[in-house]
Design a protein around this ligand. Structure first.
Ligand SMILES: Cc1cc2nc3c(=O)[nH]c(=O)nc-3n(C[C@H](O)[C@H](O)[C@H](O)COP(=O)(O)O)c2cc1C
Length: 275
């Protein structure tokens, strides 16, 4: 449980964030309308946010299977993913799982929530329920309303691929999730030690993305090698928002599978070795 004081501090943080959103939204909305020659095919809220399909809390794969079948996969089918799949993965990353304080799917030191989740969508990368496609560009996930806010419009795949030292899986994926940190949210409370907390937290979020992707039959890989400033510019994040991971999201060319017998065989052979 958070102390009352800590909780109030958290609330104050959210209030500032909400204020920033109110100030920033009309700008981004206007900019988006000016840049967009076609009408957005998704319903939007009055704030210009794109509401995502609600999260599911029951799936087809057990947790144990998701752990066993999780692998970093870099070869993908040339196919879009659905908005529903994207929504589910974003919810697993940072969605709200507790409705009193708005606590999220991954743990956070003092519930300071320093991480922002961006999504870079390729042209024809995400198919909507209407069978249209989500406009290419970068979006920011808003956990509380489980929605996406457009940040930059246009095809950002190629620049992101170059910023990621030309790792082809970034170019080939229909979607790349970028997890970025606002360190001050955590260091304000914990000082220098907050930096390590933020890095631990991105691991939690990354693992949630891996496991949810696996459970949905999708593929991902945690990419840590990229030019920070380039990625920051491409996704349209401010100077205090530091990208930590890029995680492509795609349909795998081949899903990874391992059997219980294989695992037992491996463990047994190593037990024999030690004797
Ligand atoms: C912090 C971190 C950074 C990573 N950076 C990259 C990367 O830049 N490119 C890449 O292809 N894989 C990257 N990986 C994925 C690892 O190569 C992968 O996890 C490892 O080979 C083990 O394979 P597995 O994930 O399938 O178990 C990274 C993993 C971690 C944890």
């Amino acid at each position: 449980m958070v102390s009352r004081r800590a909780f109030l501090r958290g609330l104050f943080g959210s209030f500032l964030a909400a204020l920033a959103m109110l100030i920033g939204l009309p700008l981004s909305y206007k900019w988006r309308k000016r840049m967009s020659p076609t009408r957005h095919s998704m319903p939007e809220t009055r704030s210009g946010a794109i509401p995502l399909p609600y999260p599911r809390i029951r799936g087809e794969m057990s947790l144990e299977e998701a752990i066993a079948y999780r692998r970093s996969i870099r070869d993908y089918l040339d196919e879009p993913i659905t908005l529903e799949e994207l929504a589910q993965v974003l919810w697993a990353a940072q969605g709200v799982t507790e409705t009193r304080y708005g606590f999220r799917a991954a743990p956070s030191a003092g519930a300071t929530y320093p991480l922002e989740v961006y999504v870079v969508v390729a042209p024809r990368g995400v198919v909507l329920p209407s069978h249209d496609f989500l406009e290419p560009g970068s979006y920011r996930y808003v956990p509380q309303s489980h929605s996406l806010l457009i940040v930059r419009q246009g095809d950002l795949q190629e620049p992101l691929y170059r910023a990621a030292l030309e790792q082809e899986w970034v170019l080939n994926a229909p979607v790349n999730i970028v997890i970025a940190a606002v360190y001050e949210r955590t260091t304000r409370r914990y000082g220098e030690r907050g930096i390590r907390y933020v890095h631990m937290e991105v691991g939690h979020v990354g693992q949630n993305i891996y496991l949810q992707a696996t459970a949905l039959g999708l593929a991902t890989v945690a990419v840590g090698a990229f030019v920070d400033e380039e990625v920051q510019r491409i996704i349209g994040a401010g100077p205090h928002v530091h990208p930590l991971y890029i995680m492509p999201l795609a349909k795998p060319l081949e899903p990874y599978r391992v059997s219980k017998e294989e695992l037992i065989g491996y463990i047994e052979s190593h037990r024999k070795e030690r004797r």
